[in-house]
Design a protein around this ligand. Structure first.
Ligand code: SF4
Ligand code: SF4
Length: 491
């Protein structure tokens, strides 16, 4: 960052949300409209509808999303996942983290400002309600500073009542994601005495969401969220960020008659009399940049920062300052984009956005991980079978000169339909007999059973004979299980 152009040099010594004595400095961001805010509103509405509808959208009789942590059942885009698929979740998480890192290196914190539920709820729901009830920045400041009149009690009561109601809605949606639509419906319609734990969680979640949006607010982004804290290591000079063009904007100051910023400076250069071939342009004073120091970009910032000091950890790329500054530039008849999406290098050197070797390395890693994840998802068996030897048992001799071993079997049907199953051993002289017949496994359930494998005693030539069990769903082999058979070796 070019430090010569930042008149405020102590900005990194103070936290925007703390006052001189270290207490909380409450922020009163000013409302603004503009093309980016309009686009953000559209994106927010789409995401909010998707978020609230998520647990209630069912396809073919099954939810599109469910994250039932208690029963360890997960449905993602209609595909059910079981604890046995945990390796897929682990690979998915690694892929997600690398994706986030790559995305941030290239596009900065676009996620934070445009798609993060915290920002969307805070700026597009709770802040709007606050402005609707208490008024814009100055009105809110005056209201907070005023004594407790009937009007203040009414406004504060109404605001916090609505905040609590919305927190309650978010809490219910959150619960519906966790336990599924039907369980949630039961929770709110059944006898409350039977659902003390569920209803208590609902109230706890409501309280947490209320605390986050009524009190914590921007502190979540600056202090609690790990992603925000990672920005310092993820961003580089080529990352796309919300950036102030200090080359064009500085030295800042009130616009004077005849000052045309860069145009003025350009005119001074062009009017060099050593180039008589260049026609003289009207004289412009060359001592001011395009920033008129109106501070509107600071007043609208929900994080309380001044983007003119350079990119900062607090900036969530919400683009509100871009709209504010574009509005000012239009009014003073200067080109928009004094604050814009650009890289620091782009602003310093006027170079276009380019792919760095770090971005290329991240892209290759991401592609490899996505390919592995895709392959594992496609090749994921529809049935998961676990076979274990019955504990405390070696082998049993049978009357017909046979030896048998007892096994426990668990079969998980990961599909939404009941599947017929059969089992086949890789040795014709081995026989598999179930204690209770297992011919089909119900949809989405875990089925447990026991079976014996018997071998003629004369066919046993080692203490532990390797065996393979083919598991068939219909005529298709869906899994092959390797196990061992214990028996006495004939001398
Ligand atoms: S809104 Fe634009 S002109 Fe006003 S202070 Fe910010 S950067 Fe300068
Ligand atoms: S500096 Fe601009 S983009 Fe960053 S948080 Fe503040 S208003 Fe949003």
């Amino acid at each position: 960052m070019n430090t010569n152009v930042a008149p405020q040099t102590n900005f990194r010594n103070v936290v925007p949300t703390a006052n001189a004595s270290g207490g909380r400095r409450w922020l009163y961001p000013r409302s603004i409209t503009g093309r980016f805010t309009r686009w953000r509103t559209i994106v927010a509405v789409v995401l909010l509808v998707a978020l609230f509808a998520g647990p209630f959208v069912w396809v073919d009789g099954h939810p599109l999303f469910m994250f039932n942590v208690l029963e360890r059942r997960f449905i993602f885009f209609g595909v059910p996942f079981w604890p046995q698929d945990f390796y897929l979740v682990a690979i998915g998480l690694v892929t997600f983290i690398v994706f986030i890192a790559l995305f941030t290196v290239v596009y900065g914190r676009v996620w934070c400002g445009w798609a993060c539920p915290q920002t969307i709820f805070m700026e597009m729901v709770f802040r709007k309600i606050e402005v609707w009830i208490e008024g814009d920045s100055n009105a809110r400041m005056r209201l907070d500073a005023s004594p407790w009149t009937t009007e203040k009690i009414w406004k504060k009561g109404l605001k916090h009542g609505v905040f609590f109601l919305i927190s309650f809605m978010i809490s219910n949606t959150f619960l519906a994601y966790l336990i599924g639509r039907d369980q949630w419906l039961l929770l709110i319609t059944d006898d409350p005495a039977k659902h003390i734990a569920g209803l208590s969680s609902m109230l706890v979640f409501t309280g947490v969401f209320y605390l986050v949006f009524a009190r914590l607010r921007e502190i979540v982004c600056t202090t609690i969220c790990p992603y925000g804290r990672l920005q310092g290591v993820l961003l580089d000079k080529n990352s796309l960020i919300v950036a102030y063009d200090f080359i064009r904007g500085e030295p800042r100051g009130k616009k004077e008659r005849g000052n045309a910023g860069v145009a003025g400076r350009m005119a001074s250069i062009v009017n060099d009399t050593t180039h008589p071939a260049i026609p003289a342009l009207p004289a412009f004073p060359a001592h001011k940049g395009d920033c008129i120091d109106c501070k509107l970009c600071v007043q609208v910032c929900p994080m309380g920062i001044d983007i003119r000091n350079g990119t900062q950890l607090e900036c969530v790329n919400c683009t509100l300052c871009m709209d504010a500054c574009d509005d000012i530039m239009t009014k003073i008849d200067r080109p928009q984009g004094l604050i814009r999406m650009d890289s620091l290098r782009g602003i310093e050197e006027g170079k276009p956005f380019r792919f760095t070797s770090r971005i290329k390395a991240y892209s290759i890693a991401l592609l490899a991980l996505l390919s592995i994840l895709g392959f594992l998802l496609i090749s994921r068996p529809v049935i998961d079978v676990t076979v274990l030897r019955a504990p405390g048992q070696l082998f049993q001799r049978e009357a017909n000169n046979k030896v048998s071993n007892l096994y426990l079997i668990e079969v998980v049907n990961k599909t939404y339909r009941t599947l017929p199953v059969s089992f086949r051993l890789n040795r014709p002289d081995a026989q598999l007999t179930f204690v209770q017949p297992l011919t089909q496994v119900p949809a989405g359930e875990l089925t447990k059973s026991m079976f014996f494998i018997s071998l003629p005693e004369k066919a046993i030539h080692e203490n532990s004979t390797p065996l393979q069990i083919d598991v068939l769903a219909g005529n298709k082999v869906v899994e092959q299980i390797k196990t061992t058979f214990l028996g006495p070796v004939k001398p």
